[in-house]
Structures are given as C-alpha cells and as structure tokens.
Design a protein around this ligand. Structure first.
Ligand SMILES: *Cc1c(COP(=O)(O)O)cnc(C)c1O
Length: 402
C-alpha cells in the first residue's frame, strides 16, 4: 500500500494507538488553535518559500551526504554514508524545526517563544530562531543543569533569551518542563511553546516531524545521485525521535531497513538507561500516550545516558507506532560503545560527532563488518561534538585512554 506509513495522525492526533492530546480541556483549545494555524501555513506558498530560503541561506542546507571511506574501509563491509546535520548553523538538526516553530509563532502574532531545556541544546536552537525572526525568548532550565552547562547558558543570554533558573524538585529537566508549562499556561495568547522534539500533545509531533523531514528528502536525492539507488539501511539515534523520523520519513514506503538507536546507558537497571522502546510500556507523559519508562504507579522513571539529548523517559508517538508495526527496528547502544564510536570517528575521519549521534554511529560500526561491500548504510550525524569535548576528554583521561 503506497503511503501507508508517511501518515498523518487521525483527527485526534493519534498515530495508530499513540499520541493524542492528553490534556485538561481548558488547555486543549490552545493546541487546537495551533493545529488550525499550522494546517493553513503548511499549504501557504509564501510561508514555505520563506522557510526554504532560511534553510538554504541561514542554516546552510542542503547538508552534505558524506561517504566515510576511511571508516568503511577499516570495517571492511558495507559502505557508510554520513548525513552531515552537524554542519548546520548551531551544529545540529534542531535548528530545522525551531526555525519552523518561530516562523509559525510569528505568523500567529505571538510575542514570545518559551521552552525548557536540559543540557541547553534546544534552548540555544530556539533562542537562535527567536533572535532571527524577532521574537522574545524565555528558557526554563534546572539549577543543576545551569551549573553544568555554563557555555550554553552564556550563548542563550547572548542571543537575547531570558534564562529562568528552576529551583524546585530535583532542579533538572523534569522540573524545568513543569516550570515552563506553568509559565506558558499563564499567558497562552502571547506565548508559543516551542517543543524540542517529536513529542508533546498533538499537533507538535506532526509539526516537528514535518519540519525535520527535509533531512530525508535531501538524503534520498543525494544517495540516488551518487549511488544510483536507495540505501539498504538508515540508522539514527532516538531521544524524542526528531532526527530519526527526519531521516526515515521520506523512505518509509520504500524497501529500506531502518534502525532507531536508544541509549542503553550504564546498564539495564532502572535509572541507568533511557531505552524507552526496548524496556518501556505505553503510558501518558507530557500530553501524549506513548512508550514510557515508568514505575508501578505510571510515573516517569529517572533515566540516564552519557548523551544528555537522549536522556528522556518517553519517546515520540510516531516511533511507538512504527515499533508496533514492525516498520522500524529499535536497538540500543551503551555509554561505552558510544564513547568508542566518538573517538573512532574523530581519529579516522576527522569529524568529532555529538555523543547522541555517536550512538547511531556505534550501531553502524557494529553492523557494517558482517554486511557485504555492496550494501549501503546512511547514518544521521545529528550534531557535532564540540559541546561534548571537555567531558569526553575528562572521561578518557581517567581511563588513560588519551
Ligand atoms: C537533541 C539532540 C538529539 C536527540 O533529539 P531527537 O529528537 O531524538 O533527535 C540527538 N542528537 C543531537 C545532536 C541533539 O542535539
């Protein structure tokens, strides 16, 4: 069946059993309004031209599809291509959807973008988009994260954003989400909640997916140009799942295998990983129904990954659907395997990848040797590793590995 997977959610925002708008009724209205506006804008030529122009001249798209010939030769199996989202302005794929969200907010007459951030990557991408389109920006961040991520906090401030230090609870991402949501609910007329991945209440999973789909559209044209055919495998890391669905979406109805890679962290003990689709069960989180790492009471568990961008107990509902359908295979990679891939790519290709992207890379490194030389793998290199360098050098120094 053609177009069976490149699907629109149903009228209530469900992809199969997953997604929806699990919210108090009074909040539902706000998200319905965003949906209506978005549907209009999606079909508006002027909006699409403006967005396409920014992708080209501001973000620097199309991002290259690079044949990693040193790595491929060393592994001695499949050919590995890297989709270079790390070369985007601000250094990752997130700018693709924060720009779209900022333009949408501006068109809706909003005055301010608001969001939470964990390590600060989403905060920086959103503050960048806000600066560009001329909107205010307010980022909520846990006090502990603020201390750890001084550079991203400084960037957000330089970009003109107000950084709110959250002192409640564990003073981390979860508390920042609550704080940001409370601030948003106080003034939903003027404020646009800029969600950071394909998560949250409908229509956000759909909106963010649509804005990220440019990654796969480009990759499809690029691989056909150089290889004259489609790839055999696509591999991407999955936190919320935006870079993964961004790469996968355009290929969903093709004969191409896809692997989403979750963080197995330190171990499969509770609290030491964030392998949601591997070990979670469906439940409610942040306004959606989706796979969730949860305790006996259905509360989100604490999670861990060496890559802070993958450190999320839920996952985008599209991925829950694609897992149940068997369309995408979800695998997992440990902290140590990701670290090894980080070092390997740096040494052999001169590319320092983000720790998040290193999970996808580690999966390719695992698989490539047993595949024949005519097979093609595309790995989504979702971001660059500059942000991780100090941390990785510390870890490796402790192990006498550098
Ligand atoms: C935030 C981030 C991710 C994880 O987010 P997804 O929505 O799962 O893509 C992955 N890679 C990088 C570089 C990130 O900054």
């Amino acid at each position: 069946m053609k177009n069976s997977f490149k699907l629109l959610p149903d009228s209530k925002g469900y992809f199969g059993n997953y997604g929806g708008r699990v919210l108090p009724v009074e909040l539902e209205k706000i998200f319905m309004e965003i949906e209506l506006e978005y549907v209009k804008i999606k079909n508006d030529k002027k909006f699409q031209l403006e967005y396409a122009d920014l992708l080209k001249n501001y973000v620097g798209r199309p991002s290259p599809l690079y044949f990693a010939k040193n790595l491929s030769a060393k592994l001695g199996g499949a050919k590995i291509y890297l989709k270079r989202e790390d070369l985007n302005h601000t250094g990752a794929h997130k700018i693709n959807h924060t720009l779209g969200e900022a333009l949408l907010a501006k068109k809706m007459g909003k005055k301010k973008l608001l969001a939470e951030t964990g390590a600060g990557q989403h905060g920086v991408a959103l503050a960048t988009a806000a600066a560009l389109v001329g909107l205010g920006c307010e980022i909520h961040m846990g006090a502990i994260d603020i201390e750890k991520q001084a550079q991203n906090v400084a960037k957000m401030k330089l970009l003109g954003a107000k950084v709110i230090c959250v002192q409640s609870g564990g003073r981390c991402l979860k508390d920042a989400v609550d704080s940001a949501f409370q601030a948003f609910v106080k003034n939903p007329t003027d404020v646009f909640f800029g969600i950071g991945s394909v998560v949250g209440p409908h229509p956000f999973p759909m909106i963010v997916r649509d804005f990220q789909a440019v990654v796969g559209r480009e990759a499809r044209a690029q691989i056909i140009e150089v290889e004259g055919r489609l790839p055999d495998y696509l591999i991407a890391c999955v936190g919320g799942g935006s870079n993964a669905i961004g790469l996968f979406n355009e290929f969903l109805d093709d004969d191409v295998k896809m692997i989403g890679v979750e963080p197995a962290g330190k171990s499969f003990k509770d609290g030491e990983h964030a392998a949601t689709l591997t070990l979670g069960k469906p439940g409610n989180i942040h306004g959606m129904f989706t796979y969730l790492l949860q305790d006996k009471n259905g509360e989100a568990m604490s999670v861990h990954s060496i890559a802070s961008g993958l450190d999320y107990p839920g996952v985008g509902p599209i991925h829950s659907f694609l897992k149940d359908e068997g369309r995408v295979d979800y695998q997992f990679i440990s902290d140590d395997e990701a670290l090894a891939a980080f070092s390997e790519l740096s040494k052999i290709e001169g590319i320092i990848p983000a720790l998040e992207s290193s999970h996808a890379l580690a999966q390719a490194i695992k698989m490539a040797p047993s595949l024949s030389g005519d097979k093609i793998i595309i790995v989504n290199l979702s971001g660059r590793g500059d942000k991780d360098v100090d941390f990785v050098v510390d870890v490796l120094a402790k192990r006498d590995n550098i």
